[in-house]
Ligand binder design. Structure first.
Ligand code: BJW
Ligand code: ZN
Length: 242
């Protein structure tokens, strides 16, 4: 089926939907200039994930891990939301029920003004104490390395979900609610390889939702969804509002 008829089919579904859920990944922020994880110039072609994005790596060498995050924070600080982020803010206004589930940690959805937001993998602008668990916002760029908790003196870590760590139970619960309640699920700019988010398309589809993927390429999700629309997020997502 052509991309135009896929787009029209999706727009017709949205026109009659009351509850809509969206899952985003690094591809939506790629159009703002934030590097993806696994693309051609993805972050992990130069850094090995298992060297940096794990609790073991942090325990072994917190400074190296913090240097990587400090570098990324400096980069993200110069970026702003693009038309795809803004279109999702408008979409939130249009539907009775709306959930935006993001795997991104860059904070660009919140910066655009999205409110019904589930930051599944955490936020790069938040830190968490490894001793007392206190979470706080930290926007220093560059930041003091290593950072310590003002309350208890414990070492602070990024408030981000690393490989092998559990996602916050309330975020899982809200996502489950969204996947079961939505009539349409949009999956935008994710490679669909990292669980549990990679399984969300199947969950929503089994619960009866119409599922659409928007991505530059095909992904493991492409064979599960009702329609795949190829293109850049900044071009295709705003099209849904027209
Ligand atoms: C565009 C575009 C444009 C580009 N427009 N599109 C074996 C089987 C199943 C599961 C596991 C397994 N072994 C281990 C696991 C569990 C593991 C997992 O899933 N691993 C897989 C890799 C196999 N998951 C976990 O550990 C999770 N925890 C968990 O499951 O707990 C229970 C458990 C523990 C242990 C064992 C088993 C269960 C936690 C996952 C946390 C993920 N965190 C990260 C890193 C955080 C570090 C940081 O950011 O600082 O989050 S991983 C990284 O990938 C990041 C992202 O959020 C996530 C997803 O990436 P995303 O967004 O899809 O980006 P890309 O780059 O991969 O894709 C970009 C896409 O955009 C591409 O498709 C492009 O085509 C497209 N694109 N430009 C539109 N302009
Ligand atoms: Zn503390």
């Amino acid at each position: 089926m052509s991309s135009t008829s896929n787009l029209n089919q999706l727009k017709a579904r949205l026109a009659s939907a009351r509850a809509v859920a969206v899952l985003t990944g690094a591809g939506i922020s790629a159009d703002s200039g934030v590097p993806t994880f696994r693309g051609a110039d993805g972050l992990w072609r130069t850094f090995r994930a298992e060297d940096l994005a794990t609790p073991e790596a942090f325990a072994r060498n917190p400074r190296v891990v913090w240097e990587w995050y400090d570098w990324r924070r400096g980069l993200i600080a110069t970026k702003s939301p693009n038309p795809a982020h803004h279109a999702l803010v408008e979409m939130e206004r249009r539907f009775d029920q709306f959930w935006l589930i993001t795997q991104n940690v860059d904070g660009l959805h919140a910066a655009a003004g999205s409110r019904q937001l589930i930051e599944l993998h955490g936020n790069i602008w938040k830190v968490r104490c490894t001793q007392c668990g206190q979470v706080s916002v930290n926007r220093e760029v560059p930041m003091t390395l290593l950072p310590y908790c003002s309350g208890c003196g414990g070492l602070l870590r990024p408030h981000i979900v690393w490989f092998g760590e559990s996602l916050a139970p309330h975020n899982i619960a809200r996502s489950e609610e969204a996947l079961h309640a939505c009539q349409v699920l949009l999956i935008i700019g994710t490679s669909g390889v990292v669980y549990p988010a990679a399984g969300f398309s199947s969950v929503a589809r089994a619960a009866g939702a119409f599922v659409a993927e928007m991505n530059l390429d095909s992904t493991p999700n492409s064979s599960v969804v009702d329609v795949s629309i190829q293109g850049r997020a900044k071009d295709v997502v705003p099209e849904l509002l027209t």
